[in-house]
Design a protein around this ligand. Structure first.
Ligand code: NAD
Ligand code: DAU
Length: 360
């Protein structure tokens, strides 16, 4: 197999892993709804608690057979092989992962299995396809670089210093992808991005959790002193960045993706309270900021993330479109308008539906 540093065209059968999760479902929507891709998409997802087929219900009914869903665990190599050969897969965009840092502190084993072994399985099967296989794109995180002090930005050459079981498992998977490129010539690209936000994010992550708690008048648990900083990237901007890298990025390269939106957690929670007070005042008309409750810090909590995405900007011309202020408002409005989706998650109805369709 030879690697080629040139613009790739015409994937025919794109396997998306984890396509029923937050970013994966937005990515499939971005490719299909916006007409960015005319080939076939095969979405492979285990449907863990974070995978919700409802995220793509309209796509599944409107775009078959151009869109195909297969309930498969990426740790099951034999099933994966069947899918690759049945659908003649020539490219992969790999999102599937255990993604929540707090869960990785409680149950790290799932993270090791899916994020490391699952990625290894995909790489092996992609490698075995030889020259038929055009690209393996691996979606990763800025958390592999560890934590920043008050100054500085993560660059692609920043040394890896993961601090949580989640980020350590993602770092391991990044290294495997790089090794398969270097050792076996597997055509691969990697992106490491900052915190995503937007529609369809599971309400365990900061922004949707705060929106839904605030709407119910529940406490808003802010870890530590609330001054940890993240860089926030609107999910559709992320999808565009991934697709740009997949089509025009240099094989074997890593690209950082960021939102140009560094902000302390406490300020985000206050902004959410203020937006909700304005568009949906509480029944008792009290300001929602009173719900903010400082709680015990997350163990190993990284202080600050910030991204230098100059490489992606200079080489491929990408930069984010959404400002944090407008993106956050759109996101809050989305959750307000998606009562059924929220209820199905809160009551677990989406999981009952999955059991009925596929068994447990
Ligand atoms: P998510 O938790 O919302 O979705 C993960 C999806 O993967 C779910 O649909 C789940 O069912 C599926 N999945 C989990 N284990 C699987 C397995 N063994 N086999 C098949 N499918 C499995 O995650 P997300 O926020 O959409 O993140 C997607 C990817 O992007 C992850 O790789 C994550 O590390 C990375 N990432 C996320 C962010 C973020 O802010 N959310 C930022 C940087 C990188
Ligand atoms: O940086 C990219 C990463 O962003 C991704 O790789 C992860 O998959 C994604 O989950 C996210 O990780 P974080 O740990 O940064 O996201 P989370 O939404 O869990 O937390 C954001 C910040 O808010 C973090 O500093 C912890 C804090 N927080 C979070 C929750 C859930 C709170 O203060 N209270 C909370 O209840």
């Amino acid at each position: 197999m030879t690697t080629k540093n040139k613009i790739r065209v015409g994937f025919k059968n794109l396997l998306v892993t984890g396509g029923c999760g937050f970013i994966g479902s937005n990515f499939i929507r971005y490719l299909i709804d916006k007409g960015n891709f005319s080939g076939r998409i095969i979405n492979v997802d285990k449907l863990t608690y974070a995978g919700n087929p409802e995220n793509l219900a309209d796509i599944a009914s409107d775009f078959a057979p151009g869109y195909i869903f297969q309930k498969v665990d990426i740790c099951d190599a034999a099933k994966l092989e069947e899918v690759f050969s049945q659908y003649d897969v020539d490219a992969v965009c790999h999102f599937a992962a255990e993604s929540h840092v707090d869960r990785s502190i409680k149950t790290p084993g799932d993270f090791i299995q899916t994020n490391i072994i699952g990625t290894f399985n995909l790489l092996e099967i992609a490698k075995a396809r030889g020259d038929k296989f055009k690209l393996f794109h691996h979606v990763s995180t800025d958390e592999v670089y560890g934590s920043l002090g008050a100054e500085g930005l993560f660059r692609e050459d920043t040394p890896y210093r993961p601090n949580s079981p989640y980020s350590a498992s993602k770092a391991a998977s990044d290294h495997l992808v790089r090794a398969y490129y270097k050792t076996f010539g597997l055509p691969a690209t990697i992106s490491n991005c900052s915190n995503n936000y937007g529609p369809y994010q599971f309400p365990e992550k900061l922004i949707p959790l705060m929106v839904l708690n605030a709407l119910k008048g529940k406490p808003l648990p802010v870890y530590g002193d609330g001054k940890n900083v993240r860089d926030w990237l609107y999910v559709e901007d992320h999808c565009e960045a991934i697709w740009t890298i997949m089509n025009s990025g240099r094989t074997g390269e890593t690209y950082n993706v960021g939102g140009n939106a560094e902000i302390e957690n406490i300020l985000i929670v206050q902004m959410i309270c203020d937006i909700l007070d304005e568009i949906k005042p509480a029944a008792d008309v009290k300001p929602r900021r009173q719900l903010i409750t400082f709680v015990q810090d997350r163990p190993g909590h990284d202080r600050r993330y910030a991204i230098d995405f100059a490489k992606l900007n200079t080489e491929l011309g990408w930069s984010p479109h959404e400002s944090f202020k407008s993106g956050l408002r759109k996101t809050v409005e989305w959750y307000l308008n998606q009562k059924k989706w929220v209820e199905n998650i809160k009551t677990g109805a989406y999981q009952k539906w999955i059991e009925e369709q596929y068994g447990s």
